[in-house]
Design a protein around this ligand. Structure first.
Ligand SMILES: Cc1cc2nc3c(=O)[nH]c(=O)nc-3n(C[C@H](O)[C@H](O)[C@H](O)COP(=O)(O)OP(=O)(O)OC[C@H]3O[C@@H](n4cnc5c(N)ncnc54)[C@H](O)[C@@H]3O)c2cc1C
Length: 394
């Protein structure tokens, strides 16, 4: 067993872990970043794309957003396709803020490079990660690599290992509340080798079910299709995918452009939040602490919010003020719950019009919400602020 010591062990090199690790390194606080996958794998893993302006500015102000700001196209409107009509929704006009469209793997690639080029210590392809002595002053992390077994003694552990990681499992059940919500549907997440069919996001609100179109790059477009509970990728051959995308998204003068599908993955639509997001010397950030289904594109934004707060709390601790660490979970959770609430509210609009047959009441409520959103400037302004995350931390 090789034993070393550092100030903070960061478990997981997603957006949350990489941001924490970069900010610690810049503050001169020693840390080691542990990642289960290879560097090449995480630099190619496609997931999120829409980053809210406050999060982009947060990265930029901390010296981590240069490539993103230089390269990412900006979006300030989307289109509802509802009842056979197009309804442009210009949230940028109302809020003065926009989304930056930057595939998550590019952000991860930038953050890994900044961390390692700056001398940051990262260990990839670790397995059997275990945490020890979390309520002592000197916790430890043990793990295995191809070279053998390792132990790192430290002051703190940042659990940033996402929804399938191990660190959440170290929160004691007797003092942790895990709230869970299951939407009872799936989304088929698709990536197509096709140019965008429109210059922004399209949300198809349709009795056959929800569908969405999101430009990613000039040659790649993401699509989503609402699926019934229990359906698998095998239930969705390409021909059915395109038939449903055309049916749910096409309007006059608004055709959908087809292309080779190179990702087809059912997402189980559910949310959870664990509270508090800390135990002893372990602090969770990002999806290890809270998952929000990608209905409103909020997950990575929340992961960055946690990461900013956690890195600053660690820094304050080493400067003699531990109150920020003590208040870390309470500082994160208001935005987490605002985004959970918004995603749930939006889900009712997106998904319930498909309930026409089995639940006409829910379908009519969803249609009433749509009409209010499209007809009332005040309702539209409130929606726009939450959609882009302006003043959302209430
Ligand atoms: C299809 C899709 C589209 C999305 N679109 C958006 C969007 O547009 N906007 C948005 O804000 N969000 C979006 N999201 C959500 C976003 O991708 C996540 O919220 C984000 O990745 C969370 O970041 P994270 O750092 O918390 O976790 P992750 O990105 O999951 O990173 C966790 C890391 O920990 C590693 N790991 C796991 N277990 C261990 C272990 N035991 N030891 C060491 N390392 C471990 C993992 O390999 C991973 O690299 C989308 C998600 C999906 C699936």
């Amino acid at each position: 067993m090789v034993a070393t010591r550092t100030a903070v062990v960061v478990v997981g090199a997603g957006p949350a872990g990489l941001t924490v690790a970069n900010l610690l390194r810049r503050a001169g606080i020693s840390c080691v970043l542990l990642e289960a996958e290879s560097r090449a794998f995480i630099e190619q893993r496609p997931r999120a794309g829409f980053i809210e302006e406050w999060a982009v500015r947060g990265l930029e102000q901390r010296g981590l957003g240069e490539q993103l700001v230089a390269k990412a196209p900006q979006h300030e409107k989307f289109e509802f396709r509802f009842a056979g009509q197009r309804h442009a929704f210009r949230y940028g006009d109302v809020t003065g803020q926009r989304h930056f469209v930057y595939p998550q793997q590019l952000l991860v690639t930038d953050l890994v490079a900044q961390y390692t080029d700056g001398g940051g210590e990262a260990v990839f392809e670790v397995s059997d990660v275990r945490l020890h002595d979390l309520t002592s002053d000197s916790p430890a992390v043990t793990f295995t690599t191809a070279d053998g077994e390792h132990r790192i003694d430290c002051d703190f552990i940042a659990g940033c290992d996402g929804a399938r990681g191990v660190t959440q499992g170290y929160l004691p059940p007797e003092s942790t509340v895990k709230s869970h919500h299951d939407y009872g549907i799936g989304w088929l997440a698709l990536l197509a080798e096709a140019p965008p069919s429109a210059d922004g996001v399209l949300f198809g609100i349709h009795p056959r079910g929800f569908a969405a179109h999101m430009a990613r790059t000039p040659t790649v477009t993401r699509f989503y299709l609402q699926t019934a509970e229990g359906e698998t990728e095998a239930d969705w051959p390409d021909e059915r995918v395109w038939r449903e995308l055309h049916a749910r998204l096409t309007v006059p003068d608004g055709e959908i452009i087809e292309g080779r599908l190179f990702e087809k993955r059912i997402l189980d639509m559910h949310n959870y939040v664990v509270e508090p997001m800390a135990h002893g010397r372990l602090f969770l950030a990002g999806e290890s602490a809270h998952l929000v289904a990608p209905i409103a594109a909020k997950g990575m934004n929340l992961a960055l919010h946690d990461a900013f707060l956690l890195a600053e709390a660690f820094q304050a601790h080493y400067e003699g003020d531990s109150s920020r660490l003590a208040g870390y979970s309470d500082a994160c959770l208001p935005l987490v719950w605002q985004y959970q609430e918004f995603s749930q509210w939006l889900s009712d609009i997106f998904h319930n019009t498909a309930a026409t047959g089995e639940n006409p009441f829910a379908a009519r409520i969803a249609e009433a919400r749509m009409r209010r959103l499209l007809g009332s400037p005040a309702a539209a302004a409130a929606f726009a602020e939450l959609y882009i995350g302006k003043n959302a931390d209430l």
